[in-house]
Structures are given as C-alpha cells and as structure tokens.
Design a protein around this ligand. Sequence first.
Ligand SMILES: NC(=O)c1ccc(N[C@@H]2CC[C@@H](O)C2)nc1
Length: 249
Amino acid sequence: MFIQAITLFPEMFESITEYGVTGRARKQDIWQFAAINPRQFADNKLGYIDDRPFGGGVGMVMMAEPLFCAIQAAKQQFSGSLKNSRVIYLSPQGQSLSHKKVLELSQLDNLVLLCGRYEGVDERVLQTAVDEEISIGDFVVSGGELPAMMLMDAVLRFVPNVLGEIASAEQDSFADGLLDYPHYTRPAEFQGMAVPDILKSGNHALIAEWRLEQSLRRTLTRRPDLLVSRELLPQETRLLDKIRQESDE
Ligand SMILES: NC(=O)c1ccc(N[C@@H]2CC[C@@H](O)C2)nc1
C-alpha cells in the first residue's frame, strides 16, 4: 500500500513511518509513504497557501489551487492500479471512521490523505479532488495530521505482514465486534493482586471461553450499543445469559 499525505508538516509523520510496527513494516517495504507539501505549489513568490475567508470571520482558509495541484501530483505517483485508490480529507464534518471502513481502506493500493490546517480548506477542493471526508471522532484538533496518522495506523494493522501475525489485528477490539478482554503478564502477583487462575491453567479451551466471557461482560457494561447490531454465536448467547443472570441476582 502506498500512502501519501498532503501536509504543511511532513516531519510529523515520522512518528508513524519511523517507529513501532508501522515503522518496521515501512522499512521492510511492506508499505510505502510520501509527504507532499502544498507550499511547493503556491503560485506566488512568498509561498502563500492560505488566505482570508470570503464572508469574513476569524482565521484563514487553505487556498484551492496549491491543494488541487498537490493532489494531482500525488495521483501521478500512484503505484498499482489507479482504480484501487482513494483521496480522503480528514475533518469533523466527515463520516465517522469505523472498523468496517478501516477494513475497506486496507484493501486499497493507494491512499492520499489531505491534512488541513487553519480553519480548513476551500470547499472547491473537496468538490473536485476529494473522494470522501472521514472523521476520527466528534472533536476538533488543530490539523488533519494526527487524525490522518490514527487512520493510517488502524488501516495498516490490516495490511498483510504489517503485524507479522495478522491474528493479533483480528483479535483486537472491534475486529469481532466486541471489546477486548483484560490482559496480564508477569509477575503473577502485583501489589497483592493475583492473575486469574484460569490463565495459568494451560487449558486453552477454558481460557478462550473465559476471554470471550470477559469480552462480552465488558461490552455489555461499557458499550451495550455494540451488542445491538451484532449477531451472536450460540456460545456467546449462552455466556451473555449467564452474565445477565449474575447481574440480576
Ligand atoms: N475529528 C477529526 O477527524 C478531525 C479532523 C481534522 C481536524 N482539524 C482540521 C484542521 C482544519 C481542518 O482541515 C480540519 N479536527 C478533527
């Protein structure tokens, strides 16, 4: 997968291209990254890429021309099939990012992420050169770069070989529509708190059932909304009934 970010701050992306599992995978050429700074496409000598908003109001707006040219430049770099590509603008006005959307994006050959600053970008860029707007949550941050990196990290976890054992992505929360179970590691006792005995039993079937029960219990208490639309397997229904009976007692 080739990911390009259109950003005034290319160095910000080093936190995902140089560190952790995503950094290692990029260094192994499992995925590729390039940043394009719209300032290089400013048609004035001073490199202006923002201007005052029509209609007045506070702050500045990013101008259409430099962004449009940057997106065109990104498209000329595409590898693989042109069809299998997407230009995404990160903004609070976008469609909320979901696990389903993350999976869909992880199938692409090319991803272009438009990262705005100031009050935003000229609407005509969104109308002519952006395929979709995505939000990572109902809050505002000062630039699209951090939301872009959140999206990249979530998507890259589903690109084959990025995680090494793809299994750990599929076991993540939301992968099976449930919240994750609690995790423990050594020491067996910490500040007087022991690790649940079942996890030291070596009985993998019982451990798997205990973990599923914990996931269901957490999902029921913290995010019951996730259970509304989720189809339950017979074993899950049985465990949920057991959990509900316990809380009724
Ligand atoms: N919730 C989000 O995904 C999100 C995305 C972008 C953003 N801020 C940028 C700065 C200017 C404009 O481009 C939008 N804030 C929040």
